[in-house]
Write a protein that binds this ligand. Structure first.
Ligand SMILES: [Zn+2]
Ligand SMILES: [Zn+2]
Length: 406
């Protein structure tokens, strides 16, 4: 093979190595160019007898014992800055020399600043180097052990997690007992969300229309709202069933209906609160404040329009604020509610009816009822088949209230 070919091979190998280190985003040719220029400067006036050999053995290869492969001659090839690893090695070497000098000085009983016998110093330095080498080897071994242990622990953890995930998927539904439902089947999850929406709608209704009424009337408002929301849920579920939807789809439609009904209750609540005295006062003062800045507008009509807008947004802001604080107050006094409940026989009756309703969550009942999934009926729910649980629940609640009132 010709000399030219060998040089070309060497250049190609260096470029490959540089691309391997820096990736395709860095200009490897430019880095190699700069290296060659540096090597020529180093060469100075000295004659190059064998140019190909000079290139292949001397000029082209990276010239660094540094562990950082981005380093050449103690500088970073990509940034041109000082190499951090080289800096640290330099400090290490100086420390090594100092330790060797200290050993020799101690052995000879002289000061470190004294001139030490060269041979003794070199010998001590060599021993220090060796000691360092052993330390590094031991460290390397330890690192490898630690890494292996870590990898083993990670693998074990992975196996554990996979087993836990498999077990989770295998768990039956805690609501209806359906097998392999990851703890909760879609239908029961939807039922729970329905219950949450029902509960929240009732809370909003109480906070809005009954927050200063006695416990009895609050419960009445709450159960009226609950009945309304449940009726929406049932209507939607029935529509689903009529269209031949599967059990889980029916329950999903019920959940969506509950969310919509909750949003509607919330909208109505805000509409009501926006026309309370508090909201009116806020709206009027916002209007007045805006009108004091009417000189900023070209016409009086423009100023009035801006004032009306300010008044409107103050009104709705106040409504939002009222609902938020009243809900907060409502949720913060469950203890008092419980005391009230304990002391009031009427509320006790209502509570027991509601507890009964809860034990047979309507959405779950209806979903497990005469749907297109034969065999999914469970004994607990079997009694509910054929009757509309919402209507029945509402009727039971009404009967209990009538009985308590009588
Ligand atoms: Zn370096
Ligand atoms: Zn379930």
């Amino acid at each position: 093979m010709g000399t030219r070919w060998r040089v070309e091979q060497a250049v190609r190998a260096e470029l490959e190595a540089l691309r391997g280190v820096f990736g395709p985003g860095v200009d490897a040719e430019r880095i190699l160019n700069r290296r060659l220029r540096r090597r020529m400067t180093d060469q100075g006036e000295k004659l190059v007898v064998d140019p190909a050999g000079w290139l292949i053995r001397w000029a082209l290869p990276r010239r660094s014992a540094c562990p950082d492969s981005r380093c050449d001659d103690g500088r970073r090839m990509d940034t041109g800055g000082d190499c951090e690893a080289c800096g640290m090695l330099h400090v290490d070497r100086r420390a090594l020399r100092q330790r060797a000098a200290a050993h020799v000085a101690a052995r000879l009983g002289v000061s470190v600043s004294d001139r030490l016998p060269r041979a003794a110093f070199e010998e001590a330095l060599h021993q220090e180097w060796q000691r360092q080498g052993w330390l590094r080897a031991a460290q390397h071994e330890q690192d490898a052990e630690v890494r292996l242990a870590r990898e083993a622990a990670q693998a074990a953890r992975r196996v554990e997690l996979e087993a836990a995930e498999a077990a989770r998927r295998e768990r039956p539904c805690e609501g209806c007992g359906r097998e392999r439902a990851a703890g909760l089947c879609g239908t029961c999850a939807n039922s729970r969300l329905v219950e949450e929406s029902v509960g929240e709608a009732a809370e909003i209704a109480v906070a809005t229309w009954a927050h200063d009424l006695d416990a009895e009337r609050r419960v009445l408002v709450a159960s009226e709202t609950e009945t309304q929301v449940r009726a929406e849920v049932e209507e939607s579920a029935q529509r689903g069933r009529a269209e031949g939807a599967f059990e889980e789809t029916v329950s999903l439609m019920g959940k969506l209906a509950a969310e919509l009904a909750l949003a509607q209750v919330r909208r109505r609540a805000l509409g009501h609160l926006a026309w309370t005295d508090e909201a009116r006062v806020e709206a009027e003062s916002a209007y007045a404040a805006q009108m004091r800045r009417r000189h900023l507008f070209d016409t009086r009509a423009d100023a009035e329009e801006a004032a009306r807008e300010a008044s409107r947004s103050a009104r709705w802001r106040t409504a939002e604020y009222l609902l938020r604080t009243r809900l907060g107050a409502l949720r913060a006094r469950p203890v008092r509610l419980r005391e009230e409940r304990a002391s009031d026989p009427y509320i006790q009756r209502v509570d027991s009816v509601r507890a009964q309703l809860r034990r047979t969550p309507p959405a779950a009942d209806t979903a497990r009822g005469p749907s297109n999934q034969a065999g999914a009926v469970l004994p607990a729910a079997a009694g509910c088949i054929g009757e509309d649980p919402y209507v029945a629940g509402a009727a039971r609640a009404r009967a209990a209230m009538a009985g308590a009132r009588a």
